[in-house]
Design a protein around this ligand. Sequence first.
Ligand code: GLN
Length: 493
Amino acid sequence: MVRSSRLALNAYELVEEVKSGSISVEDYIASILERIESIDKRINAYITINHHALDEARIMDKMVKSSSSNSNGYRSTLLGVPLAVKDNISTEGIRTTCSSRMLEDYVPVYDATVVKRLKGAGAIVIGKTNMDEFGMGSTTEFSAFGVTHNPWDEERVAGGSSGGSAASLASCMASIALGSDTGGSVRCPASFCSIYGLKPTYGLLSRYGLISYANSLECIGLMARSAVDLALMLNAVVGSDMQNDHTSIDSSIDIKSINSTSLKGMRFAIVREIIESDAIDEPVRDSMLDAIASVEQLDAVVEEVSLPSLRYALASYYTIAMAEASSNLARYDGIRYGYTLQPDGVAWNEFYSTIRSNFGSEVKRRIILGTYVLSSGYYGRYYMKAQKARAIIRDEIMHVLRSYNAIITPTMPVLPPRIGERISDPLRLYTIDICTVIANLAGIPALSIPYSMHNGLPIGIQFMAKHLDEALLLRIAYALEYARGSRVKRCVL
Ligand code: GLN
């Protein structure tokens, strides 16, 4: 067993220790599993544990001992690193539920491309993490497997929908994690749990094996406790996967040189409509102003811009997301996928209704609204209008990013809410996505950086950049991590 303080190591530090032989992968994975055993009853980050993790760890240890694997740089970049995977990303032989009764017993027969690539780099899947059902939510309260608690304050939500992934990192039950981000689901929990959450450029990471919610908006996202770890993960998972995902882009991005501690020459935009909005809580606004001062101290220039179309962002996002969801979720009909019944003697309507009643309330609400906005007579009034608004928002953002390297906003306008505080009013819940949905509408990369704490509660700051400018986001993360030093804690032990 390893000392518990070691469970907070960054992935790149762990890899060094494993390679030098001072930690065995088996010991490390066993200690992680033990920690899960002792604290996950309270946090509820995991839905399913990978019972082969220890066997896989032993195989890794053998690889370390054989000198040939040590010289294989690519394969060993994440050697022995415990990886948590959101439960809507397929894992061969490990149950993948989407936090839904509908897929309660579903065991995929293949790994998602990103999982396969991380495993190829040496990562070990520890388990599958809790989420809002099918990714629909911002708090991980809409899960058929119970709510995930925030490790920083267990009476509060961990954010969502990738809440389990974020909480697993913040409580040292994994070192790196995968989430998915349709409108903020990686960045929101990253912000609420004081870790990094990267939503990459649309298409940069293959979506093969990701169970669909809203295809035109969503990406698989990366979560970690350090900027270098994010870069290691990104290096391992980029690369075209055209034969499996036609939206996958063939791009090599240069993420090798992120370790600069200055932001000299960079120009950042802050958005007037966000700074002036009374939807931003005071501590969050203060933190954003402080972040602006920090990047200025690192020699970046910050200027104010206006994004007038921002007021259409939430309506556009939710209309499009629900429309796509209603179409994607039509496949869960008791015949082709998921939960089913013996149809004998049951009328078709009754069969179908019984099957579909297994969805939770939020998913049902979205299927109904999505079907409505796509129905003839309303299509032009809602869905088409939302698409037009999306085009205007994207154009405005791209216009700003022609003059600036990145846009700075808070990730979430509020501190992590108390459990139960927001879910009774869906519209009020949707409003907290105001800063995150923009990047999905425009398809650009966005990164939530753990920046500060207010009364023990984490606050994240978001940076959005041009398509394929992930390297720039990682440089910003690195520079801020260096500048902020030990002022920002990224896990609770
Ligand atoms: N909260 C947003 C929604 O409910 C975003 C979710 C996500 O990114 N998966 O749609």
